[in-house]
Design a protein around this ligand. Structure first.
Ligand code: UD1
Length: 338
């Protein structure tokens, strides 16, 4: 298939481009490089042995998007572009509506104009908000609690409505749980500057010594060790989920949403232990008060993804930590050489 990947220079996008190329698809990328790394196309080509073009383009520019789709003859779009920082979305809701919804409308309009009928959308478990029942199934209530979550929920609704109005469309929304890890080559991973908001990049910076200690947000939750529980899933497994989804779309129509998670919840202290083992570094931490808005426990029921697209997370927590560490070490070497 000829596939357009939006957000191809980002964390999930670059891994997804690699897996699509490995699966034999022809991939074109687009990214505005606000978060994505320039030069990542060369790393993707190094891993896959195949060149990839990533157009520098703002998806809010409807005429540029039209030109891209008019010339690309795409069979499918994997739409990953968007901003994803929960705290930032609370501070700047307009930015999130502009960058997430405002980028999605032109690409969907162009898809309609040029007859692209298969779409995979990057969603998040954040659409469920604070779950009342575990594990989370796709039928769990959708009650996002932040502007970021609302944008994902709103786009899913738009995609579902589009499928009603155009029965020939085939669209799948993938709700990622907590993607961590990196490509085993050490060439692709999540680049995070400054003090990270998310668990894994923060732990890695403590392991390298760049930050002195990790902050555990609360150890007085009603969980076995008192810390919050999440469903961490390897980014390469997530990337492969897109390949499976795309291939499944060829023989179906309508909208569906699938959880991409392992089905296993891990506590913050368990992740610290796994990172200590993977990095062979002590990771000092202090317990601080709970972080506002944190759900206690979040993990997926991934059964539907297994049934509908034959996807199952395969990589272990040890692999997630080891791969994330390899990328962290390799990227800090690259940084000190440049
Ligand atoms: C958030 C987003 C989610 C997104 C994910 C990864 C919400 C509510 N959450 O998830 O959509 O997929 O980021 O981008 O929408 N923790 C610490 N100390 C830290 C950082 C985190 O103890 O310095 C703990 C948190 O309390 C939490 C766990 O680690 O229990 C994971 O946190 P984080 O990596 O920020 O992800 P989430 O908040 O689960």
């Amino acid at each position: 298939m000829r596939v357009l990947v939006t957000g191809a220079a980002g964390y999930i996008g670059s891994h997804t481009a690699v897996e699509l190329l490995h699966a034999g698809h022809h991939v074109t990328g687009v990214d505005d490089f606000s978060e994505g790394r320039r030069g990542i196309d060369a790393d993707i080509a190094r891993i896959t042995g195949q060149p990839i073009e990533i157009h520098d383009l703002d998806l809010r520019d409807a005429s540029a998007v039209n030109v891209l789709l008019a010339t690309g003859h795409f069979d499918a779009i994997v739409h990953l572009a968007g901003r994803k920082f929960v705290g930032e979305s609370v501070r700047e809701p307009l930015l999130y509506f502009d960058r997430n919804i405002g980028t999605t409308v032109p690409i969907l309009q162009a898809a309609q104009t040029f007859g692209v009928q298969q779409i995979v959308f990057s969603s998040s478990c954040t659409v469920y908000g604070n779950p009342t029942h575990l594990p989370i199934t796709e039928h769990s209530p959708l009650v996002p609690t932040t502007p970021y979550g609302f944008t994902k929920r709103a786009i899913e609704q738009l995609l579902a409505d589009l499928c009603v109005s155009q029965p020939e469309l085939s669209i799948m929304s993938l709700r990622y749980f907590n993607p961590i890890g990196a490509h085993e080559s050490g060439l692709l991973g999540e680049e995070v500057g400054g003090i990270p908001n998310n668990l894994m990049p923060f732990l890695m910076k403590v392991a390298t010594g760049e930050l002195p200690e990790f902050t555990v947000f609360g150890d007085d939750y009603d969980t076995p060790d008192g810390t919050c529980i999440r469903d961490y899933v390897h980014v390469v497994d997530i990337a492969r989920g897109h390949v499976r989804a795309l291939e499944a779309l060829e023989t179906r129509s309508g909208f569906s949403a699938l959880n991409l998670g392992t089905g296993v919840g891990r506590s913050v202290l368990e992740i610290i232990g796994a990172c200590r083992a993977a990095t062979s570094h002590d990771i000092p931490y202090q317990v601080h008060p709970r972080r506002d808005g944190d759900a206690v426990e979040v993990y997926a029921d991934p059964q539907r993804a297994a049934e509908e697209i034959g996807w199952k997370a395969e990589r272990t927590l040890e692999e997630m930590c080891a791969d994330h560490w390899r990328f962290t070490v390799a990227s800090s070497r690259r940084g000190s050489m440049s």
